[in-house]
Design a protein. Structure first.
Ligand SMILES: [Zn+2]
Ligand SMILES: [Zn+2]
Ligand SMILES: [Zn+2]
Ligand SMILES: [Zn+2]
Length: 307
């Protein structure tokens, strides 16, 4: 899935440092050149084949469509971008009048901020989210579902605090707890046999330096449905794999595309039925996922990416 929100576009001519200014468009033409948009896919493939890894990456940054072609080209050819692309070289080349490469933290910074703070400035090992869109978003278009209604990009995962704060503003029934540095959110899924509440907690683990998500999934059913075939198939005695496939089947029946991942380190706990007299029956499953740290490829991230 290609969503390119918050990307910072760097004009092609700046990347390649073209000396001559691009020719002026005819007055009747729209301002932006659409030429690259129109190149047939086969030609794009040929151009990709002729370019070095670095040139191909820069070329791909020139428009949304080329970037999409680039992502699928890499996928087809089994190219893992980070392992083949010399990061430093790419970042150096991406420098332009707006962005400057910082040798201290090996990231791009806005030139205005760079000039202002050049002396005595101590860089964050992780740049601010607004400063590394160009790098992170360009590298990663894959997402992990945090809950049934929201997903996270690798870039957002690298900036947990900023991500949580922005989610708190936009995502319904969510809040960020400063003290515990934990994000909490509640959403629901509707299934013909049960109402499902998903209580999500996410945080960045200080010890393991990884991003962790916990979903407490509460199935609320009547006594009759609790005794039905569907819920007879699930119990706290099932293995982790059986629980995983029961959950996937359940979400599928509920027509939810919440993807809980295939990663073998994902951890499930069935709490069984909570039967209080006169009240609906509650069945609970906790799902815990570790989405990994800074480095890619990451098992925790890849094994949970939305297919
Ligand atoms: Zn820096
Ligand atoms: Zn990626
Ligand atoms: Zn949600
Ligand atoms: Zn980032």
């Amino acid at each position: 899935m290609l969503t390119m929100t918050r990307r910072t576009y760097i004009p092609f001519c700046n990347i390649l440092r073209v000396r001559d200014p691009p020719p002026r468009a005819e007055p009747a033409e729209p301002k932006k050149s659409k030429t690259l948009w129109k190149i047939p896919l086969e030609i794009v493939e040929i151009i990709f084949q002729l370019l070095s890894d670095l040139d191909r990456a820069c070329f791909a940054l020139s428009c949304k469509r080329l970037h999409a072609c680039y992502v699928s080209y890499n996928r087809q050819h089994g190219i893992c971008v980070l392992s083949t692309l010399p990061r430093t070289l790419l970042l150096r080349r991406l420098q332009n009048e707006r962005w400057v490469y910082c040798y201290r933290c090996q990231n791009l910074h806005r030139r205005s901020r760079w000039l202002f703070l050049r002396f005595g400035w101590i860089c964050d090992p992780k740049p601010a989210i607004s400063e590394c869109n160009a790098w992170c978003d360009f590298q990663h278009d894959d997402k992990v579902d945090i809950c049934p209604c929201s997903s996270i990009t690798f870039h957002q995962k690298q900036h947990p605090t900023e991500y949580f704060k922005s989610q708190q503003e936009t995502l319904r029934r969510s809040s960020y707890h400063k003290l515990s540095e934990t994000f909490i959110h509640l959403c629901t899924i509707q299934h013909p046999l049960a109402q499902v509440f998903v209580l999500t907690r996410a945080w960045s683990n200080k010890t393991s330096k990884t991003f962790q998500v916990e979903n407490l999934i509460v199935f609320r059913a009547s006594k009759e449905t609790a005794l039905s075939g569907l819920f007879q198939k699930i119990s706290s005695r099932l293995s982790r794999y059986e629980t995983e496939s029961w959950l996937k089947n359940f979400f599928n029946e509920a027509q939810s595309d919440f993807f809980i991942g295939d990663e073998s380190s994902n951890w499930y706990q069935c709490h069984g039925w909570n039967i209080a007299r006169g009240k609906p029956y509650d069945f609970k499953i906790t799902l815990f996922r570790d989405l990994g740290g800074d480095r890619r490829p990451s098992k925790g991230w890849d094994g949970n990416c939305h297919k």
